[in-house]
Design a protein around this ligand. Structure first.
Ligand code: GYE
Length: 331
């Protein structure tokens, strides 16, 4: 099953790389009435990033800036909304007013996008989503590229079920940003995979995908249930797991041993904690989406047909597996 999705993922990567090369240097030929740069070959793109909440986000921002570079024919207007959904929508509205050629969004939350996406459509400015998804109708944006968050939750849950499912296990959950697609989908996929096992979710709270948030929420859980009352932490990202490690150590217990930890992302610091046996299992979430997103934007502006969704495939790692690949990891 994993192998199959992996192959499918590579096929998609290949396909996009090909089409992107095919129209390198294209201008805003897709009937764009925005035309911030009409007359020149440069494509002006407004990118509305969530903020800078995690290691994953830093890697994603770096990947986007590299792909949407002047060298690649782009003029990138970058905005990071500091995890504030209203500020992010305002940034997109600003891009529309500036008449950019295309807009790329990593939506903080799923809901609330209908109006501004309609405004972009009315202005003839195509929108490409990267990373997180929205609940708005899909005719309001051209395409989305990202990861299968639900499947990430399933992969994490299946590993938990296999390793802890036969013994009474008290689990606490560190949720991502409330209302975000990865928080919703990772919770749903995991819950489904552990259904009917002896893993019991005793508490679940948002740590907002940040290290500080994960630490604070974990401190609260430890106060409430005690070290002995918690067997397993499921963190929706590595940063919150790293915060939880600090809280567990401060409480005099051993993370990865007294309290097991599963997380998602596989960013460098997470992988190092995994190799250190402080985290027990990590499901990957690949943040290197820049080249794919840039290829899609060029295709859309060139009037080429693009898919509505492009999934990039994720792997997963035990400490042993992490140790083998750590030197080759790009983030
Ligand atoms: O897992 C987390 C980041 O949307 C997939 O956002 C992304 C998530 C990622 O803050 O670390």
């Amino acid at each position: 099953m994993n192998k199959k999705t992996l192959l499918a993922g590579f096929a998609v990567l290949g396909a996009i790389a090909l089409t992107a090369t095919g129209c390198a240097g294209s201008t805003d030929a897709g009937g764009d009435s925005g035309g911030g740069d009409s007359g020149s070959d440069t494509i002006t793109v407004g990118f509305a990033q969530t903020g800078s909440e995690s290691g994953w986000r830093s890697a994603n921002t770096a990947s986007m800036k590299e792909a949407f570079s002047a060298e690649n024919g782009f003029d990138l207007i970058f905005n990071a909304a500091d995890n504030d959904p209203a500020a992010q929508i305002a940034a997109v509205r600003d891009f529309i007013n500036q008449g950019v050629d295309a807009i790329v969004i990593a939506p903080i939350v799923s809901d609330g996008w209908d109006d501004v996406l309609q405004e972009a459509k009315d202005a003839g400015i195509p929108v490409v989503l990267e990373d997180r998804t929205v609940s708005a109708p899909d005719d309001l944006y051209a395409s989305w590229v990202g990861l299968d968050f639900r499947n990430e939750g399933v992969m994490a849950g299946e590993w938990a079920a296999e390793n802890f499912g036969d013994t009474e296990t008290n689990m606490v959950v560190l949720e991502g940003t409330t209302g975000s697609a990865p928080a919703n989908d990772r919770a749903e996929g995991f819950d489904e995979a552990v259904e009917g096992t002896s893993i019991k979710k005793i508490d679940s709270q948002t740590g907002d995908f940040t290290r500080d948030g994960g630490k604070t929420v974990m401190e609260g859980f430890l106060q409430k249930y005690g070290v002995d009352g918690i067997d397993l932490v499921y963190a929706h990202n590595d940063d919150m797991a790293l915060g939880a490690i600090e809280a567990i150590e401060a409480a005099g217990a051993k993370p990865g041993e007294d309290i097991k930890i599963i997380s998602i992302d596989a960013v460098k610091d997470g992988m190092l904690a995994l190799i250190d046996n402080k985290i027990n299992f990590i499901v990957e979430c690949n943040p290197l989406l820049g080249e794919l997103a840039a290829g899609i934007v060029k295709d859309v502006l060139a009037g080429e047909t693009v898919e509505k969704t492009y999934f990039v495939t994720d792997l997963s790692f035990t400490p042993e597996e992490a140790a083998k690949v750590i030197d080759e990891r790009l983030y």
